[in-house]
Design a protein around this ligand. Structure first.
Ligand SMILES: Cc1ncc(COP(=O)(O)O)c(C=O)c1O
Length: 387
């Protein structure tokens, strides 16, 4: 059996995979089993922050791997403590809980918000408002948080207590807060899986104003937007707000599983021994790698990300076959007149990997993609979009 046949027979059938088996790569270039080269603008869905087999990350990970790969959380390790310190110093949040994925980072955020409310307002304040068209994960609780019915069906009943507000609808948000006992408002600043749709500044300001007036926690899901992706270390910095809780994952690990739930002043002491935990969370190898990633997301790199973003937007916004370009930094969605799947297939056939978000083509290049490769990829995307 070849890889495709073996996968079809033995792997759970949960993914509509592209007909490509990737074998190796370096930076923004990746090769399939037959040696065909692709420019990778998908980065494992915003995970491979510095591309494939990045030298500095490989060194950090392998050095730690050769020393100590896992301890459980019954013992201290330096990479875990160091990474938490770096994240707090860089964000203004106060403590970090580490897990292994975006969904888990959000689970921790939800548990923290409910526990804070139970202790400070009463257990009846357990409702969490999330946004329609959001995506927060695939566990039963983060599915409930996800404001898209299409993901809910077949898995009911989900965790109770989630209310959905239309993104941008301040009156609906006010109404939901006035008529329910709400402990938190949870949102992505750029809805990634929902089609790369940024929230407006006005709506984000309203979320923070309403939350402040009602002692409601703000939970910012930066699983996809975080770690430099939008041109700031975290997207909340672009909006000049400071959420009470920030969850992240994906690009923090550069390919090793890690989730982080950053806890602000109000909630920093809510979690206590036995209230939450994870066997692998804070794993020293994942943390050592993550330190090497976060430390390189500096002002110079952020400037380059914003310049590359501008380049892509300018190159594509008026291109033949393009309706609109949305997003921020190196998290961009292209609305095309052609079916997005057709554009993606053209690009794949011509050596560029891009993915879908709803009906859009989504670009998530490595933050350090060389300009010449980016230009080459954009030319192919333009041809793919052209009518
Ligand atoms: C905003 C957001 N939150 C949560 C998740 C879930 O992350 P994971 O697949 O690591 O559980 C995703 C994944 O796409 C995401 O984009």
């Amino acid at each position: 059996m070849n890889i495709f046949e073996k996968d079809a027979e033995f792997v759970a059938n949960t993914y509509a995979r592209f007909p490509v088996a990737l074998a190796s790569g370096k930076g923004s270039l990746v090769y399939d089993e037959n040696g065909k080269e692709y420019i990778d603008l998908s980065t494992g869905i915003a995970v491979n922050t510095f591309g494939i087999a990045d030298n500095k990350w490989v060194k950090a990970v392998t050095e730690q791997l050769g020393k100590l790969q896992h301890t459980s959380n019954l013992y201290y390790t330096k990479p875990c403590a160091d990474l938490a310190e770096i994240l707090c110093n860089r964000t203004g949040l106060k403590r970090v809980f580490f897990s292994n994925s975006g969904a888990e980072a959000n689970e921790c955020a939800i548990k923290t918000a409910r526990k804070y409310a139970a202790e400070n307002k009463g257990t009846e304040y357990n409702k969490i408002i999330t946004l329609k068209n959001s995506f927060h994960g695939r566990t039963v609780t983060t599915l409930a948080a996800t404001g898209q019915e299409v993901f809910h069906k077949d898995f009911l009943p989900l965790t109770e207590g989630f209310l959905y507000c239309e993104a941008g609808n301040i009156a609906e948000l006010e109404d939901l807060v006035a008529n329910n006992r709400v402990c938190a408002i949870m949102f992505e600043l750029v809805q990634g899986e929902g089609g790369v749709v940024p929230l407006s500044k006005e709506f984000v300001n309203a979320i923070f104003k309403i939350a402040k007036e009602n002692d409601i926690l703000t939970i910012c899901d930066e699983v996809q937007t975080g770690n430099g992706r939008t041109g700031e270390l975290y997207a909340f910095m672009k909006y000049s707000v400071l959420p009470d809780i920030v969850s992240t994952a994906k690009g923090l690990g550069n390919g090793l599983p890690i989730g982080a739930t950053m806890l602000g002043e109000k909630v920093k002491d809510v979690l206590i021994p036995s209230s939450h935990g994870s066997t692998f969370g804070g794993n020293p190898v994942a943390c050592a790698g993550a330190i090497s990633i976060v430390n390189r997301i500096d002002s110079e790199l952020l400037k380059e990300i914003n310049q590359k973003s501008e380049y892509i937007i300018n190159a594509l916004k008026n291109a033949d076959g393009v309706k609109s370009v949305s997003g921020m930094g190196l998290m961009l969605g292209i609305e095309t007149y052609k079916d997005a799947g057709e554009v993606i297939k053209y690009c794949m056939d011509n050596g560029v990997l891009i993915i879908k978000a709803k009906n859009k083509v989504r670009l998530l290049p490595a933050l350090n993609i060389p300009q010449d490769l980016l230009e080459k990829a954009v030319e192919i995307i333009k041809k793919g979009c052209a009518l």
